[in-house]
Write a new protein. Structure first.
Length: 114
């Protein structure tokens, strides 16, 4: 399972604001999928470049739970997880690059390479 708080903190372009309850309440996330910068964490989502459903279909169902969790929360690979707008992430859903490209045409090459 993805830890959205950890990912939002890691993906923020500025030091995020975290309330006493450990909730991320502000930061700055640039969604290269659609060229939009958001400061409200409620408008950002963390996208798995390799969708979890695609990983499952490609063999992750045979992984240990620990390995699946490590894949879902991989903050070490720069492009494993990327902050994007909620709208762009919902548009992508679990589709791979053969079935979906970002709405911003300038992002197509980077997305395909990532």
């Amino acid at each position: 399972m993805l830890d959205p708080r950890r990912s939002l903190i890691a993906e923020s372009r500025v030091k995020p604001t975290i309330d006493p309850g450990c909730k991320v309440v502000a930061g700055e996330w640039y969604s290269y999928y659609d060229g939009i910068t958001v400061t409200d964490p409620g408008r950002a989502q963390i996208d798995h470049m390799g969708p979890l459903a695609e990983a499952w279909d490609s063999g992750a169902k045979n992984w240990t739970p620990k390995r699946r969790e490590a894949y879902a929360n991989d903050l070490d690979a720069e492009r494993s997880l990327v902050a994007v707008t909620s709208r762009a992430n919902q548009s992508k859903a679990d589709r791979d690059p053969a079935d979906w490209l970002p709405p911003l045409a300038d992002a197509h090459c980077q997305y395909a390479a990532d």
